[in-house]
Design a protein around this ligand. Sequence first.
Ligand code: HEM
Length: 502
Amino acid sequence: MAIASLHVFLLPSCSLIMIILMIFIGFKWISFRSKPRKTQPPSPPKLPIIGNLHQLGSNPHRSLHALSQKHGPIMFLHFGSLPTLVASSAEVAREIMKTHDLSFSSRPSLTIPNIVLYGGNDIAFSPYGEYWRQLKSIVVLHLLSNSRVKSFRQVREEEMAHMISILVESCGSLVNLSESIISLTNNVICRAALGRTYRGSKFTELLRKLMDLLGVISVGNYISWLSWVDRLIGVEGKAKKTAKEFDEFLKGVLEEHINKEKMVDGKSDESKDLVDILLEIQREKTTGFTLQRDNLKAVILDVFGGGVDTTSTTIEWAISELVKHPRVMKKLQQEVTEIAQGRSMIPEEDLEKMEYLKAVIKETLRLHVPVPLLVPRESTQDVKLMGYDIPAGTQVIINAWAIGRDSTSWEEAIEFRPERFLKNSIDYKGFHYEWLPFGAGRRGCPGIQFGVVIVELALANIVYKFDLALPNGAKNEDLDMSETYGIVLHRKSSLLVNLHAR
Ligand code: HEM
């Protein structure tokens, strides 16, 4: 009896379920037919869970370039579950950084920058918005603007002279030029931003660790339940240790400035460094939001992270290419010698006249893009990009390294030929998308002028003062040009040379 009544009850409810199901499927089908189908850019095949992470290898700029040769200049990859758009041509870069720049102006939240840059509260990794806008303009106004960059001329020339005097003493013996170059850029940026140098400190070593960490692709970032892998391989521990060491250093820098302020009443505006200005802005609460000590430290760190390594790696690669190409070295030495007219050092005002020097630096920045994948961006809304649907929350990688070597834009693209820049007016300010060493658009680098003048001054003076030879009679063309990947692309081995005074 009980079974019979259950049966009676089940039969109509079964047919009801069937009817609901059919209506549901009908609706789904109609909505599927009526909605335009979302089209995604071509994707290389991916693996479950990890997506395309396994295809990045130890040199992601090269691996992504190889993938783009097969799948095209606009690709859709998955880093774990995170959709990632990869641009590998000038045309795609222009669409992202010009046509749709606003939609692509944010940054993804990434594990390592969050650890080492105070929750990503710096300029380079903070999301698009008022916080980022205000901090960027503070740094531009007080450190990176035209007039501020000019005001640091004496600092640059003094540090240059200091470096040359050390190198002169080392003539005839083997010199680690990489070390000399990094201390030069570090000293200039320290004096401009912090008001004094921190010579002999472990600062440069720490900075290199920081930059290498920023280039690490952390698994936990993209697959949260696999974040134990980052702990297991030590990435997370290393990041925390580096962050702590930097924090100690930055605490000291802030304390020193606060104490000095108490002692010297009323510093003139001219003599204030970036840290003085940041402390003043924090005290006077002019930003409209509260700035904590950690926010200030993040900004100071950004100036070093953004400035020291990029600038020094550019000088290093330029000298490496000059050593490898004696013809170019000779032509550059001729130019600087003619313009210097026998003076003991090349001053900054002479740099303007050095066309070939500028061409050598441009060619270096094309072949050895210091930040090969720029800093990742993130879309904040759905975008129709070159006919493809890119959803909000997509990570965007621009392979500036591949774009700079694209043979559709550059003749003999992988050859080091500075002459190409004597004949054209292409520059690196972010308007020529076939060459993006400083990025472009709202998130483009604000430190171009600050960085380039150090590169020009260093290169002009080094080749003016010295002839360079490889150790143990090695031939110029044998110079090892291997690179090691981090957020900044470095020479794998230090640049060791014998110097001879000219
Ligand atoms: C040769 C030297 C330099 C190179 C090649 C370089 C390159 C870059 C690149 C590629 C970006 C990312 C752009 C993007 O995502 O579109 C960037 C951002 C940035 N750079 Fe530079 N940079 C250099 C020098 C400097 C200097 C000297 C400073 C400061 C002292 C600096 C501060 C920054 C900052 C704060 C950002 C973040 C901008 C933002 O996200 O809004 N850079 N730089």
